[in-house]
Design a binder for this molecule. Structure first.
Ligand code: SF4
Ligand code: SF4
Ligand code: FES
Length: 502
């Protein structure tokens, strides 16, 4: 039997007709046709207390203005978001907010992405009329990565509700009353150690909660935003990478109702500095002598040398991959190994014990696998080896006498004799490492932040990411490099067709 269709209602908002499922609020109905009604206390992931009054709109025939964040859209309703009564009321609300708000936009980290700035600019009064001295609260360290500037708070309580409803770790509250109301912590440690507390900085609509890590680092309008996927565990939270001057400045969550809703964990948020490392392999290198003597080469020379090395060597092939490289690179590696006669591919990846769930949204947890693509590697038949800190497990490969290919593993524990017995040894990586010392050819590859690709998360959802940074020097995506190498070996594309589909 077919499930009953949800009932729909049709209304007009600013003279535009819209049909939405019954139960939708006016604010959401307006949003669905691109009309943004101001909001402070409303957040789609939290309860709606309807306390800030900035979302007031006129409903024709109603005796007073309606808080659109909690008022249900009704059949035949006529809503006016830009009528004079609505604008006049919202101007008044904004004037109240500004009565105590400091005019410190020039030194506020939220400037450029602040909802008080935006709304006052769009519909506030040109001049304030308050002559009273402003209330002063000053700054407080809330613990973790969070600083609180009490004077800037608009008392929307999003931060309090996030800690209560999503983190279910009530560490914040409104204290005092009326004009003296302020957000405060219960204990000295504040939100320290609460693993999702960084989200309160994201959802604070003004500059009251700011990140210590990002403090005065960049202006919002100087940042470029690139859609990406967090590489720090197999949850695969959807994120934006914010960059300036080709450096990552911060990571922010990006909405995805199936994976991370509006949130991300503090562990993932804090781990981006490795993307800014300057010690990179920037050019293809061909060994010219016994040990570390190497000469930089063009890509053409390097691919030719790698193909000659691998194509001309005897013995079976073995390969090491990384759970930090894309699905595309893993498929290209598997194709190459098959083209070379087939062989075992293993990978190492860090792992911890125990997941850290977000209680208010159970699909999200910091997972045990602290790499983004274990599922992608395993789906291609690659076997995880080594310990939970991604060391060990390569002993037999270190002494392998046939063909040896390493993709992305930094071989931190391998030592300079790794691959010394190999008939042919090819290393593809981003950072210089002792373990590549015996490789005949070293090929520079991009990190995930410098390329387009995909990871497969713990629930086998394949998610794409885009390039946020320019690659250093001649580094190229591993998938492109491996594909060029396969072509140079003369193997037709699609040799792995059956496996790709598995
Ligand atoms: S600190 Fe920010 S999120 Fe919390 S109540 Fe104040 S304005 Fe709202
Ligand atoms: S849960 Fe995992 S994927 Fe999400 S932000 Fe944290 S580390 Fe990154
Ligand atoms: S957003 Fe509607 S009352 Fe705050």
């Amino acid at each position: 039997m077919d499930a009953p269709k949800p009932q729909a209602v049709t209304l007009t908002i600013d003279e535009r007709e819209v049909t939405v499922p019954k139960g939708t609020t006016i604010l959401r109905a307006a949003e669905s046709i691109g009309i943004e009604i101001p909001r402070y206390c409303y957040h789609p992931g939290l309860s709606s207390p309807a306390q800030c009054r900035i979302c007031l709109v006129e409903v024709v025939g109603a005796p007073k203005l309606a808080a659109s964040c909690v008022t249900e859209a009704m059949e035949g309703q006529q809503v006016r978001t830009q009528s004079e009564p609505a604008l006049e009321m919202r101007r008044g609300v904004l004037e109240f907010y500004l009565a105590n708000h400091p005019l410190d936009c020039p030194i506020c980290d939220q400037s450029g992405e602040c909802k008080l700035q935006d709304y006052v600019h769009a519909e506030g009064r040109e001049h304030g009329r308050s002559r009273e001295p402003k209330r002063v609260f000053g700054r407080d360290d809330f613990g973790g990565d969070v600083l609180f500037y009490g004077d800037r708070c608009v008392m929307c309580t999003r931060c309090v509700r996030f800690m209560n409803e999503m983190a279910q770790d009530p560490r914040l509250a409104v204290v005092e009353r009326g004009n003296r109301s302020i957000i405060d912590t219960f204990f000295d440690e504040g939100v320290e150690g609460s693993p999702y507390s960084g989200n309160i900085v994201d959802i604070c609509p003004v500059g009251a909660l700011v990140s210590k890590d990002f403090l005065h680092k960049a202006r919002a309008w100087d940042l470029e935003h690139t859609p990406s996927v967090c590489p720090n565990c197999s949850q695969g939270c959807n994120i934006e990478i914010h960059t300036r001057d080709n450096l990552v400045q911060r990571l922010k969550p990006r909405d995805n109702p199936e994976v991370n809703q509006y949130w991300m964990c503090d562990y993932g948020r804090a781990r981006y500095e490795w993307l800014n490392r300057g010690d990179r392999i920037e050019a293809p290198l061909i060994r010219t002598g016994e040990r570390d003597a190497r000469a930089a080469a063009s890509w053409e020379e390097a691919i030719r040398a790698a193909a000659a090395e691998l194509g001309g060597a005897e013995g079976p092939v073995r390969a090491v991959a990384s759970a930090f490289v894309s699905n595309e690179a893993l498929v290209a590696l598997a194709t190459l190994v098959e083209a070379l006669g087939g062989g075992e591919i293993v990978f190492r990846s860090p792992r911890t014990v125990g997941e850290i769930p977000l209680p208010g949204f159970e699909k999200l947890a910091r997972r045990e696998d602290l790499a983004p693509n274990r599922e992608g590697a395993e789906a291609l038949g690659m076997k995880r080896v080594g310990t939970n800190d991604a060391t060990g497990g390569l002993e037999s490969l270190a002494a392998h006498a046939g063909k040896l290919v390493v993709l992305g593993d930094e071989l931190e524990d391998a030592g300079p004799e790794f691959g010394a017995e190999a008939a042919a040894y090819l290393y593809l990586g981003s950072y210089p490492t002792e373990g590549a010392g015996r490789a005949k050819v070293v090929l520079p590859i991009t990190t995930f932040a410098e390329e387009e690709g995909s990871f497969t998360n713990h629930a086998r959802i394949v998610q794409r990411y885009e390039p946020a940074l320019q690659a250093p020097g001649m580094a190229r995506p591993a998938a492109t490099v491996l594909e060029a190498l396969r072509a140079a070996l003369g193997t037709p594309a699609g040799a792995l067709a059956g496996r790709r589909g598995s």
